[in-house]
Write a protein that binds this ligand. Structure first.
Ligand SMILES: C[S@@+](CC[C@H](N)C(=O)[O-])C[C@H]1O[C@@H](n2cnc3c(N)ncnc32)[C@H](O)[C@@H]1O
Length: 425
């Protein structure tokens, strides 16, 4: 696209509102677009540049030295990562910028510190280093510098994956089955699907492949009583309902009225009639006490730092901190302890996060198992193998964009032992 003063100015103004990162970048950008009457080409350029700058923020700050202004960050992004050359940028440049951009282009990435190469804050690297080599950290960081593909889940209540694939292929779309999830489809380009008949009829939902695997770990049966403890807008609940073939009883709990409200239109499209959304005020809400000891399957998709979604939300790395992670770990331990009370003896609980930090994952499970002798861990790899899902994982499921091409997810499968006495519940 031709770069003009007007287009550069738009990007700079958008970046100026986003870079303080007081709010999520996508929300600030939406707000910016609502107040600017601009064409679709400009919108695309602004969005692509903003997210590109966020994905390469640490490199760009290093390249801009002491002057990481929105203007310099934008120009440095365009020349280094945006596919533009100096000749195309020249008409926009001020005195001295041309030679500086020449230097930016020539920076050798390999000479830069690990956080800059990996585009991960130092505190994140420090938390990963006890369990990951620097090579793995670098691969993880690099894998999150490109946008995620668009993954869909086929609603098996209404369609099969083959039918949906055939429809997409007949429309000339680049659609492939996902490698791990038996009901997933990956679209290479990102077509707008909101008006597509398959979407409107509830046959497909947008859901990352990694998130779909959590449903296979929980593996609810038709007549089960199931609780999705942190259901949000129902990303995973809807899959669980379809796995239960709209039978049994599926409670979707959450503390956020807004998120549960966003579940409603999706629920309507899905054709499910076994789902019961329930707003709760906290994890020990008296409304759930009546379910204690009665539930076959519980999913705890816990609130977390969300670092595993950095391909989609590149600003999240800079909006979290060691302190915010500590806050999440407190919430995670408390929600897990409460949710576990719902399980009947022999029942299964899946604890999951979209974080790759051991603090939010293994540490929570280790502490839970120490404090709750009535629970044992089931190997995630075995359960996936029963569903013919090829995965090298053994005890835990640990998905990484660098290894699996999905968002990063962690999951552990816990089971309440059959002999638990009522007092232990
Ligand atoms: C990771 S998100 C869940 C995403 C959702 N499962 C999905 O697939 O779309 C975590 C959710 O936990 C909810 N939450 C936070 N604290 C909670 C609590 N104490 N009890 C239940 N849900 C809680 C949040 O509102 C948020 O929707």
């Amino acid at each position: 696209m031709l770069l003009t003063e007007y287009r550069l100015d738009l990007v700079i103004r958008a970046l100026r509102s986003i870079l303080p990162l007081e709010h999520p970048a996508d929300a600030t950008l939406r707000h910016f677009f609502q107040h600017e009457r601009i064409g679709s080409k400009e919108r695309a350029l602004v969005a692509e540049t903003i997210f590109g700058v966020l994905r390469h923020r640490l490199f760009l700050e290093q390249a801009c030295a002491q002057e990481a202004t929105p203007r310099r960050m934008t120009l440095a992004y365009w020349i280094r990562f945006g596919g533009y050359n100096l000749r195309e940028l020249e008409p926009l440049l001020m005195h001295g910028e041309s030679s500086w951009l020449g230097q930016v282009k020539a920076i050798s990435l390999a000479t830069l510190p690990l956080p800059v190469q990996a585009e991960l804050p130092e505190w994140v690297i420090e938390q990963l280093q006890p369990t990951m080599s620097d090579e793995m950290i670098l691969a993880l960081g690099r894998s999150m510098q490109s946008p995620a593909p668009l993954d869909l889940r086929v609603n098996t209540l209404l369609a099969t994956r083959d039918e949906v694939l055939q429809t997409f292929q007949s429309e000339g779309m680049d659609a492939l089955p996902t490698p791990y999830s038996p009901i997933g489809i990956r679209l290479k380009n990102k077509p707008a699907l909101a008006g597509h008949p398959l979407f409107l009829s509830g046959k497909i939902e947008v859901q990352d492949e990694g998130s779909q695997l959590l449903g296979y770990l929980l593996a609810p049966k038709r007549s089960d009583m199931v609780v999705d403890f942190c259901a949000g807008a129902g990303g995973k609940t809807l899959m669980l309902g379809a796995m239960m073939q709209s039978q049994g009883r599926l409670y979707a709990l959450d503390v956020s009225e807004k998120r549960l409200a966003n579940l409603k239109p999706r629920l309507k499209r899905s054709g499910l009639s076994n789902l019961h959304p329930q707003l709760i005020s906290h994890e020990n809400d008296s409304r759930i006490k009546r379910l204690y000891g009665k539930i076959d399957r519980v999913l705890v998709d816990a609130p977390c730092s969300g670092l595993g979604t950095s391909r989609r939300n590149p600003d999240i790395k800079f909006r979290q901190s060691p302190e915010s992670v500590t806050g999440y770990t407190r919430m995670q331990a408390s929600i897990l302890a409460s949710a576990s009370k719902l399980l009947k003896p022999g029942g299964r609980l899946v604890y999951a996060t979209c974080s790759f930090l051991p603090q939010e994952n293994h540490a929570i499970i280790d502490a839970f198992l120490t404090e709750h002798p009535a629970f044992i861990q089931r190997p995630a790899g075995e359960i996936l193998a029963q569903n013919k899902i090829p995965m090298e994982s053994k005890t835990f499921l640990q998905l990484l964009p660098s290894l699996h091409g999905t968002d990063a997810f962690f999951a552990a499968v816990l089971e309440r032992v059959k002999t638990t006495s009522p007092q232990e519940i």
